[in-house]
Design a protein around this ligand. Structure first.
Ligand code: UTP
Length: 290
């Protein structure tokens, strides 16, 4: 079984729910406390042993490239001013030469299309996909958990969470088979079903480990829900080809693609910090009391 060494970060979306903030700023650069969303996703991938980082970008996303690159003037200034901690933070975010690739999606035709754009960098290896706007606060990085499940069972692995029945039309929903503790066999998938048609309330969260054959299906995919090329539709065609499992995630997932989810993530992450948690708690209490 080939190890999972590569990860795709689709960052080509328009982020319309955050306009006007995302007119010139990529959604994935919005900060949760003091770190952009995309850096949390990259950290999670690193912790799971990923060695190659592939960003599928679009127009106006160069801030993401700059974020993971050298910034000589800033680093020099921080050094001169003795700001060691800040310098370490800036250096810690960097990716190494040769570890990172950027591909332009050119047109935001959907998540499935974004993943397909990276096909020539994936070749014949299994790979991970991480959506930065799904931020997961957990003790163990979710992708690491999934890589371990992959090493045991092979095939495809997606991250799952239960959602309220009325919310199934917001997610890819799985048709579950046998389950064993947190591992759930997947018999089918459907993108954004109405609650009445949903096979379960188990939703796919933005973490995937996929076999490279998904690229062939994506290559001939037609637009699905929302008139976008959906990753779920091509994953569905892989059911029955080999092991296909979901892993119920541990921790709390924040939908940072939505305003409320993004704000909640900021509060949760800040409250968990030693340096600002108590002060924020007091400030929030003041706001809520008034
Ligand atoms: P979303 O469905 O959240 O779409 O994409 P979006 O365009 O980013 O945001 P809204 O809905 O307009 O506010 C989920 C993930 O897939 C990526 C996005 O960048 C995001 O990480 N994506 C989506 C692409 O890379 N390309 C696309 O064509 C669509």
């Amino acid at each position: 079984m080939k190890p999972v060494r590569k990860a795709i970060f689709p960052v080509g979306g328009l982020g319309t729910r955050f306009l006007p903030a995302t007119k010139a700023l990529p959604k994935e650069m919005l900060p949760v406390v003091d770190k952009p969303l995309i850096e949390y996703a990259v950290e999670e991938a690193r912790a799971a042993g990923i060695e190659e980082f592939i960003f599928v970008t679009g127009r106006g996303k160069t801030a993401i490239e700059d974020h993971f690159d050298n910034h000589y003037e800033l680093e020099q200034t921080l050094r001169e001013r003795g700001k060691r901690l800040e310098l370490d933070q800036v250096n810690g975010a960097k990716l190494q030469p040769g570890q990172v690739a950027y591909i332009r999606q050119m047109e935001p035709l959907g998540l499935g299309h974004a993943v397909w754009c990276a096909r020539n960098l994936i070749n014949d290896e299994p790979f991970a996909v991480l959506l930065a706007d799904d931020l997961i606060q957990s003790d163990k990085p979710t992708l690491l958990d999934m890589v371990e499940a992959y090493e045991e069972h092979g095939g495809n692995v997606v991250s799952l969470m239960e959602v309220p029945d009325r919310h199934t039309s917001r997610y890819g929903i799985v048709d579950p088979g046998l389950s064993n503790d947190r591992l759930v066999e997947i018999r089918g998938l459907v993108e954004k079903p109405d609650p009445a048609d949903a096979p379960s309330n188990l939703a796919i969260v933005g973490r995937y480990i996929l076999q490279p054959s998904v690229m062939d299906y994506l290559g001939s995919a037609e637009s699905g829900a929302g008139n976008e090329i959906q990753l779920t539709d091509s994953m569905m065609k892989m059911v029955g080809e080999g092991p296909f499992n979901g892993l119920r995630l541990e921790g709390t997932r924040f939908d940072c693609g939505s305003k409320v989810g993004f704000l909640a993530a900021g509060v949760a992450y800040a409250l968990a910090r030693d340096d600002i948690g108590a002060e924020l708690h007091a400030a929030l209490s003041d706001i809520l009391d008034n």
